[in-house]
Ligand binder design. Structure first.
Ligand SMILES: Cc1cc2nc3c(=O)[nH]c(=O)nc-3n(C[C@H](O)[C@H](O)[C@H](O)COP(=O)(O)O)c2cc1C
Ligand code: SF4
Ligand code: SF4
Ligand code: SF4
Length: 593
């Protein structure tokens, strides 16, 4: 972006952008710039650049126009038909198209964040090595190899306070030192890009938007630890991430950034991709290694830890995508800078995938320590449809639910655990007053039960038994003793399971019982779902005094179960109703209960 004499047209082409039509928008810019002679008209180069994701995928296709005259202006929801006006009015006539410009909330969404890991995403072409090099790419590994001993690199990472972003929050420098201390000349390095948490897409976006930064982070780790070979384990459902990473690896080999004697620095490192089949448990490090070895992806008991005996029995270090993407910034800017960001126990920034009942869903990168409230209200605009906040589920399917009382919890590893949730990989699912917390617990347990590999009894049998109880409660067949049984079983499964899946799967139940016990009791004692969510307990009706006669429920009903005519109060035909809840969700006046 250093070329002030050129016009830059940055088009978001992450998976979200492409599915919204970004390739067609790019083709239209390229076609019309040539056909209309735009370069001659403005007397400057016009670079059309495809970039990775900026985080607000709901507003794709996002296009940034950067000109010396107007600076940077973002247009959202761009379609090919908008392109000619952008060229004529914005680029040639230097006039911003106000009605097409992204609304103020887009700037708020961007300005409230602190982009460190995602600096390149949305800025550079992820398929061009020279674009990465222009942004100081491979400076950090060069500095390490030329100016630092491996132990000094580990020390720098230790002092930065970086902790693993894959969920556990283990100190990265310390992990590297364990593997470095293991004897042997052949060691493996693995990047965990399995990203199995439903709703999380930060690792995919980093790989799609800035694959070279992950490669460089791995090169630095390999140099520090003494690894000569590396794998990136990516789920096969991420075809664009795999394609861009593969292109980046091929280019690195071609240009001497991977392989033997990299850039003549006397350092060797080889890397390749291993595609995973998308099982959640394969994100667990020992299951992941079994999967690379061609075995069934099942966790193995530890010890021995991977640092001692990992892939094919060799010492192995495994880190998450976001962890590796942090490393070059620590080396380039120094551990003091990195350690100055965040809280006492969690340094740097964290990327969150914010989904659910929030106004602006997306990927946000904020300094560790920002409150959950600020992430939801300041960055993401608050709760959608003017409804009331109820809870936020933090930490993926094994995380916990945080209620309004503890919304000021800072987003750091220790505070989230204290609040009954966890950082996990950074999923935040926001729920409003229409969400039933018992149903939420059932939803997440259904996921973890399905993804259990079945190797150990507490997880295989225990999660199924807990799910049966939750189903009983949500169907109105629960008894008060079920709550205690859930708590007891949850505690036992956490203690007795072999791997992190079983050890954390009961969390959504334990935290919802802790904070929302009254909802469990309403289902059991009153046979009522206070959030009107559990289908079996519902008997929908229109409240005539609240109905404003708008007809939205009629349009939402798939079963011909609403009678409505212009100027009339809606009526619900019980015999036709399948209790799908669409009318309730569609009614903005809470006139359906
Ligand atoms: C069931 C389960 C799934 C996991 N999935 C992932 C994942 O998708 N990505 C990831 O980086 N770590 C995942 N982890 C954590 C890894 O086992 C490992 O701790 C992590 O990759 C280490 O990297 P870090 O130190 O950089 O966090 C998972 C753990 C469990 C128990
Ligand atoms: S805890 Fe669950 S997922 Fe982990 S090894 Fe046991 S059965 Fe498999
Ligand atoms: S959507 Fe609500 S307010 Fe509108 S007609 Fe239906 S019940 Fe009445
Ligand atoms: S719950 Fe579903 S089927 Fe029943 S009236 Fe509402 S929209 Fe129609």
């Amino acid at each position: 972006m250093s070329d002030n004499a050129a016009v830059k047209i940055l088009i978001c082409q992450g998976t979200g952008g492409i599915s919204a039509g970004a390739k067609q928008v790019e083709a239209e810019f390229t076609r019309l710039i040539a056909e209309k002679g735009i370069v001659a008209q403005v007397g400057k180069r016009c670079d059309v650049v495809k970039t990775g994701c900026r985080g607000l995928c709901a507003n794709d296709v996002l296009v940034d126009i950067i000109t010396p005259e107007l600076g940077r202006v973002t247009y959202d929801f761009v379609v090919p038909a908008d392109v000619e006006a952008i060229l004529d009015q914005h680029i040639v006539a230097n006039e911003v198209i106000e009605k097409k410009k992204a609304k103020e909330y887009y700037n708020t969404f961007v300005d409230q964040q602190m982009r460190v890991v995602m600096t390149g995403c949305g800025q550079i072409d992820p398929e061009r090595l020279d674009a990465y090099i222009e942004e100081d790419g491979f400076k950090a590994i060069e500095k390490c190899v030329k100016e630092m001993k491996p132990a000094e690199v580990i020390d720098e990472v230790k002092k930065s306070g970086l902790r693993g972003r894959g969920g556990g929050g283990f100190p990265t420098g310390m992990k590297w030192s364990f593997c470095a201390a293991s004897p042997g000349n052949h060691k493996y390095l693995i990047c965990n890009a399995d990203e199995g948490d439903p709703g999380a897409f930060m690792d995919r976006s980093i790989l799609e938007g800035d694959p070279y930064c992950v490669i460089e982070g791995m090169m630095i780790a390999a140099y520090a630890i003494g690894c000569d070979a590396g794998y990136v384990y990516v789920r096969a459902e991420y075809p664009l991430a795999i394609d861009r990473l593969q292109k980046a690896l091929d280019t690195c080999y071609e240009k001497g950034y991977l392989g033997k004697n990299i850039q003549g620095w006397g350092f060797d490192f080889d890397m390749r991709i291993k595609k995973g089949a998308g099982a959640f448990v394969c994100g667990e490090e020992t299951a992941l290694m079994a999967s690379i070895e061609g075995e069934r992806g099942m966790p193995r008991p530890r010890p021995p830890f991977p640092a001692v005996k990992g892939l094919w029995g060799f010492p192995t270090n495994i880190n998450n995508v976001e962890t590796f993407a942090n490393v070059r910034h620590i080396i380039n800017k120094g551990f003091e800078w990195y350690a100055s960001l965040g809280t006492d126990t969690t340094k740097g920034t964290k990327i969150f995938a914010v989904t659910g009942k929030v106004k602006h869903t997306g990927l946000v990168e904020v300094p560790a320590g920002m409150s959950v409230r600020d992430v939801i209200y300041k960055v993401c605009g608050g709760i959608a449809n003017n409804r009331k906040f109820k809870a936020v589920q933090a930490g993926g399917p094994s995380g916990g639910c945080i209620p309004a009382e503890v919304l000021d919890t800072p987003v750091d590893y220790d505070s989230l655990i204290k609040a009954g949730a966890m950082m996990g990989s950074g999923g935040l699912v926001v729920m409003d007053e229409t969400t039933c917390m018992v149903d939420v617990a059932r939803f997440f347990l259904t996921f973890t039960k399905m993804e259990s590999c079945g190797k150990c009894v507490p997880c295989r049998i225990g999660l199924k038994a807990m799910l049966d109880i939750l189903e009983k409660i949500t169907e109105g067949r629960g008894e008060m003793a079920d709550i205690d049984t859930l708590l007891e079983m949850g505690a036992t499964i956490k203690k007795a399971s072999l791997c992190g899946l079983g050890q954390t799967a009961p969390n959504p139940i334990l935290s919802t019982v802790k904070y929302f016990r009254n909802e469990y009791e309403a289902h059991i004692i009153d046979k009522r779902c206070p959030s009107n969510s559990c289908k079996e307990l519902l008997l929908w009706q229109v409240i005539p005094e609240k109905c404003v006669k708008c007809g939205a429920c009629l349009r939402a009903c798939p079963s011909n179960a609403i009678k409505w005519e212009k100027g009339q109060v809606a009526e619900l035909v019980k015999e036709n109703c399948t209790k799908c809840k669409s009318c309730y969700d569609a009614c903005r006046f809470m006139a359906i209960e």
